[in-house]
Design a protein around this ligand. Structure first.
Ligand code: 4AD
Length: 453
């Protein structure tokens, strides 16, 4: 929002920099509401000298004055101060957010302050807008926003990478664990309980009554892998649609990504221009392209054939039945196709038990959306709606039947074809900002060995 010259303004924010020249001070102030700083021009004696001197990087201030046309480059208007107040000083001898060129690792250690810099201010504004755009996308289509439990007794992905939730284990302030002699049956929930890896199974129950639903909440994975794409706590968006096949699911995923990207392009133009200039030189070109071009669709089997005949030497072997690694996904999207790709019909052995079995008995109606630069961004499927087939798949996966009794009931009473997907919110943000490490698109990251703040 830009106000006309002549407007009286009272501005609150934190000092980015202050430059003093020939009795005039130029104070760059930012309150985080937009990328551009407000330049405040302070003529001699307008603010007491010692107050002005204490307006150093990181200090919080209140500035009052009138907007005037700016003779300098970089801003159309500036604030000619008539008053200035120091709200909270920031000792330049110790304030950690002032070094230019600080490493990403260092900035993670001061995650409570990094939001005041250009990059993280922009990341969290994009994060906010993307969240809004996601809700808007679903609400415009009359999907119901539902909340699924964070503590659950069933393993949605069947992969076992779950954090247990228990009151049997306590820790004192010295970091010593104490384990009671109670077992899971006498524990808080009377059975083993975990932090959810996905709200999908519960979302399915609500879809089979409300038809179109979506979740947007935190999910947890205890995978002990320290990569730039994995978090132990991440936010997932999971739409689920009754009376829907994989085809409809893919169409929704494509429309969804395109619309959210277009919304952020429109509403975070300054922030994205910064990322394009400083983080990822082809960001705007890619985002504009993705928001308009069609996604390529191919089966897993076709992808394996392409990889086998690529002539590339991959670190991980390529063969039918192998789980695709990030290097394979990147080759397909970046080198072969040059835009997002939806891969479908994966071997059942490498996918979750709930995916609908194809007629061939070997593949399932799964889909992964792969994006250039980051690989898998969406995972989804048509769900197995046939009672007998699902029962056999749970058994085959070596999972206990008991915790899924209610999930089976959906197949017993009024079962319908249904489908859905999960988008990792932080993976989307990496894509939107060009940031290279997933730890830098969430305010406070949780990864192996790290749960600060
Ligand atoms: O492919 P996933 O495991 O799918 C599910 O959880 C399904 N239940 C979703 C559904 O059909 N409703 O995970 C979905 C997405 C991935 O494509 C990825 O974007 C993200 O979640 N994701 C992670 N993001 C950050 N850190 C991790 N450890 C992630 N694991 C998955």
């Amino acid at each position: 929002m830009s106000l006309p010259v002549g407007t009286s303004v009272e501005a609150f924010g934190w000092v980015k920099t202050r430059r003093d020249s020939k009795g005039i001070s130029f104070v760059q102030v930012n309150d985080g509401s937009c990328f551009a700083d407000l330049q405040v021009v302070v003529n001699e004696n307008v603010i007491p000298a010692d107050t002005l001197k204490a307006m150093t990087t990181g200090a919080s201030v209140r500035m009052k004055g009138e907007l005037v046309a700016s003779p300098g480059t970089g801003q159309a208007v500036e604030l000619l101060a008539t008053e200035g107040e120091l709200i909270g000083p920031a000792d330049p001898a110790t304030y950690p957010m002032q070094k230019k060129g600080a490493s990403w690792e260092f900035l993670r250690e001061i995650a409570h302050l990094r939001v005041r810099g250009n990059t993280f201010g922009a990341v969290f504004r994009v994060r906010n807008r993307a969240a809004y755009a996601i809700h808007k996308f679903f609400q415009d289509r009359r999907f119901a926003y539902i909340q699924t439990p964070i503590i659950t007794a069933s393993d949605c992905e069947g992969a076992g990478a779950m954090f247990a939730v228990s009151t049997n284990l306590t820790a004192d302030h010295d970091g010593q664990y104490k384990l009671s002699d109670r077992d899971a049956a006498t524990d808080f929930f009377g059975k083993p309980a975990y932090l959810t890896v996905s709200g999908q199974l519960e979302a399915e129950t609500l879809a089979l009554g409300l038809t179109n639903v979506y979740t947007f909440g935190p999910t947890f994975r205890a995978e002990n892998s320290s990569t730039s794409r994995h978090l132990a706590e991440f936010w997932m968006i999971e739409p689920e649609m009754a009376f829907c096949s994989l085809e409809g699911d893919m169409n929704l995923a494509e429309e969804f990504l395109k619309e959210v990207i277009a919304d952020v392009l429109e509403n975070c133009a300054d922030d994205l221009a910064f990322f394009n200039q400083r983080i990822e030189p082809e960001l705007l070109q890619t985002l504009n392209h993705v928001s308009s071009a069609g996604f390529e669709r191919m089966t897993y089997t076709e992808a394996i054939k392409l990889l086998e005949s690529s002539g590339e030497s991959f670190e991980f072997p390529v063969f039918w039945g192998a789980d695709l690694q990030s290097e394979h996904e990147r080759w397909i999207t970046e080198k072969k196709v040059g835009r997002p790709v939806i891969l479908t019909d994966y071997p059942k052995e490498i996918k979750a038990f709930y995916m609908r079995l194809n007629e061939d008995g070997k593949t399932v109606r799964a889909m992964d959306v792969l994006a250039p630069r980051i690989g898998e961004i969406i995972g989804g499927s048509q769900r197995e709606e046939r009672y007998d087939v699902l029962e056999a798949r749970i058994k085959e996966a070596g999972l206990p039947a008991e915790p899924y009794w209610w999930y089976m009931d959906l197949r017993r009473y009024g079962s319908v074809p249904h489908a859905g997907f999960g988008l990792g919110f932080e993976r989307l943000l990496m894509y939107l900002t060009g940031m290279k490490n997933i730890r830098d698109v969430i305010p406070f990251h949780r990864t192996p060995g790290s749960a600060d703040f």
